[in-house]
Design a protein around this ligand. Structure first.
Ligand SMILES: CC(C)(COP(=O)(O)OP(=O)(O)OC[C@H]1O[C@@H](n2cnc3c(N)ncnc32)[C@H](O)[C@@H]1OP(=O)(O)O)[C@@H](O)C(=O)NCCC(=O)NCCS
Length: 221
């Protein structure tokens, strides 16, 4: 279906808060998977102190509250009572290459993170399943999602995973949700051979828009 190309001027709105609202059982307790979460709801929660891969947890909490308040910012969480254990965040791309080439249907998966004490229990998988493999939540079918992976954004220091293995892990995690590696001339990605651009064209994205996206990737647009 070429819906997006047939109706290019339609406005894109956020899905209702907590369109996703499920639970997930882990050996450490029952988590609630929710999203997109409102900035107020997120402010009331505590961010687990181990969620400090991108910046210290307190600053990350503030940054994610701001992101959730942005017109295009979407935050999905796994919580234990009032504590956020894991999250996935989406926003308009803020890398210089993509800021210049942004179009309404382009969105970036900015980050996924699980508290180290809860890793390898299937938490991020459960959250990504709720976002991408959920017949009741089809919002991202209308978007091309990019995920920009650079060695600087990985938890190489504490995870003990070597860069090439980390790259493989990212490809493995994301490929289950329709993300594929895309060629790009983005200098930030070309800076290191481990860096990758992953992208997931939603199923309502037409061929013309994919062509446009290819041009953006290679800098011809
Ligand atoms: C990457 C990360 C989010 C995974 O979260 P998680 O909740 O532990 O992941 P899950 O337990 O749901 O595992 C998802 C899949 O990855 C695999 N996996 C997760 N961590 C792994 C590891 N250290 N080594 C090998 N495989 C691993 C799991 O086996 C699972 O594979 P499967 O689908 O085939 O069963 C977590 O390690 C993290 O927060 N890392 C730091 C932040 C980061 O690097 N984010 C990615 C860049 S934005």
């Amino acid at each position: 279906m070429d819906r997006n190309c047939d109706n290019p001027s339609r406005s894109i709105q956020k899905p209702p808060y907590n369109s996703i609202n499920q639970s997930f059982i882990t050996p450490l307790g029952k988590l609630y998977l929710r999203g997109p979460v409102s900035p107020d709801q997120f402010t009331d929660w505590r961010l687990s102190s181990g969620l400090n891969c991108f910046r210290p947890a307190a600053s990350q909490h503030r940054a994610l509250i701001e992101l959730a308040a942005e017109p295009d910012g979407l935050l999905f969480t796994a919580t234990l009572a009032n504590t956020v254990i894991s999250y996935a965040s989406f926003q308009k791309p803020d890398f210089p290459w993509w800021e210049k080439r942004c179009f309404p249907e382009l969105i970036e998966l900015g980050g996924i993170e699980t508290d180290p004490g809860w890793r390898k229990m299937g938490v991020i998988k459960a959250l990504l399943n709720a976002i991408f493999k959920n017949p009741g939540f089809t919002y991202f079918d209308d978007f091309i999602i990019i995920a920009i992976h650079t060695i600087h954004s990985w938890d190489i220091r504490t995870s003990n995973i070597a860069p090439w293995a980390y790259r493989r892990l990212m490809i493995d995690i994301f490929s289950k949700y329709g993300f594929e590696t895309w060629e790009t001339d983005d200098p930030e990605i070309r800076e290191h051979p481990c860096n990758i651009l992953l992208a997931r064209p939603g199923k309502n994205i037409c061929r013309k828009m994919i062509k446009h996206f290819e041009g953006c990737c290679m800098g011809t647009i």
